[in-house]
Design a protein around this ligand. Structure first.
Ligand code: CA
Length: 411
């Protein structure tokens, strides 16, 4: 598939990708757009020109609200219809002259959070991650808790503090208890960390009281973002017993500015890892798949930068469909805009761990990174970038929207 947009195919944002975002220009309004190459193609402007007429009913409520929310709630038939029309526009040379008027250079725009995050759930579905964390936090017990292979463990996070890539993150204050002190102390976290994750954006909701099976995944889930679940390990270690993560996580969670539609990842589906024991029937997925997303974690410190890890998402034990089935099995409803994240993605190798907690083994074995020196946890001024790529439906390489964030000092 080729596009009249110069450089699009090689950019990872070619015509077979078309992720959705919301951008503004100085003095302008937020505009729903798709990314192609280093441009945002404004759906608001295309609609004004009449180029999207007849694609969906009540089109104003989809294309002119400066948010992805209007499209999300429409469901898979209308998602596909919009995508078909946009694909025509970016691939048909006859469309270039008009559509050019709707193209914005990304450098002239600011990306906003593309949708209103409704509820936010974070899982813990990487066996390698859970095993590493178990060994670090509970060295005298089994690495995996007894429930781990029976259900995808998760918790509810704070939707209101999900921020778009590029937002600076203020180091959180909180309680921590240094291991050799009698009492907890209060102050800025000293063990600020990242979690490399993949997030799923729910489009069409469901009714309360009705479970959503894994086989209905594509009826509800619209697309994928990269997620950085910033984590304060010292606050976490003191507060998490017995109810789980709370303030160690809720200060900020960063997501990509561009939401990749599931359709664009059809060629990235691979067989998931084998599961033993066999899960309950409600976790059955008749057509189970994992996503072969090749992730990377880059740290920039003091003007130097290096990729410190390459987590492979395909190794994640619980599938996205099983996560969806589990989070609704009790009758909890889905809402348009819900975000659920995979949990930290770690592979079997040292260089595939998706957090500094694991990379530095609880801070006891700092990484030595060329150009950066010894690295354990995050320092003020550090910049973290999570990237991801996958095979596109046309056989090329698709680049997921990156997630970047700089650490600001505590207040
Ligand atoms: Ca997490």
């Amino acid at each position: 598939m080729s596009s009249w947009v110069p450089g699009a195919a090689e950019s990872g944002f070619g015509p077979s990708h078309l992720p959705y975002g919301v951008v503004t220009t100085p003095g302008g309004h937020p505009e729903l757009a798709v990314r192609i190459g280093d441009h945002a193609l404004s759906l608001a402007r295309l609609h004004d020109m009449g180029k999207l007429d007849g694609v969906v009913p009540h089109a104003v409520e989809v294309f002119d609200i400066g948010s992805l929310d209007g499209l999300l709630e429409r469901g898979p038939d209308q998602w596909a219809a919009v995508r078909r029309r946009l694909t025509e526009i970016v691939t048909d040379p006859a469309e270039e002259l008009m559509a050019h008027e709707a193209m914005l250079h990304l450098v002239d725009t600011t990306a906003l959070l593309p949708w209103t995050v409704a509820d936010y759930v974070d899982f813990y579905s990487s066996e390698h991650h859970a095993t590493n964390v178990g060994r670090i936090f509970r060295p005298d017990a089994d690495a995996l808790t007894p429930n781990w292979k029976h259900l995808p463990i998760g918790y509810h996070g704070r939707a209101g503090t999900v921020v778009v890539s590029g937002t600076e993150v203020v180091r959180p204050n909180g309680q921590r208890k240094p291991p050799h002190e009698e009492s907890p102390v209060f102050g800025p976290s000293r063990r600020l960390d990242v979690e490399v994750e993949v997030g799923f954006v729910v489009g069409a909701g469901s009714s309360q009281g009705t479970a959503v099976p894994a086989s209905d995944f594509t009826e509800h889930v619209f697309g994928v973002v990269l997620v950085n679940d910033w984590s304060a390990r010292d606050i976490q270690a003191w507060e998490y017993v017995p109810l789980g993560p709370f303030l160690a996580k809720s200060f900020a969670t960063s997501v990509s500015a561009w939401v990749t539609p599931l359709e664009a990842l059809a060629s990235a589906r691979v067989a998931p890892p084998a599961q033993d024991p066999t899960p309950f029937p409600y976790l059955d997925d008749p057509d189970p798949w994992a996503l072969d997303l090749r992730l990377s974690l880059e740290l920039e410190r003091g003007g130097a930068s290096a990729v410190v890890s390459r987590p492979p998402f395909a190794t994640t034990y619980w599938t996205p469909g099983q996560q969806l089935a589990h989070l609704t099995v009790n009758g909890a409803s889905l809402r348009t805009g819900d975000l659920y994240a995979s949990g930290t993605v770690s592979g079997p190798e040292v260089g595939q761990r998706g957090s500094f907690l694991e990379l530095s083994w609880g801070g006891r074995e700092p990484l030595v990174v060329e150009g950066l020196g010894e690295v354990a946890f995050l320092e003020d001024g550090d910049v973290v970038t999570i990237r991801g790529e996958a095979t596109a439906v046309d056989g090329g390489t698709l680049t997921l929207g990156e997630v970047v964030g700089r650490i600001r000092p505590a207040v």
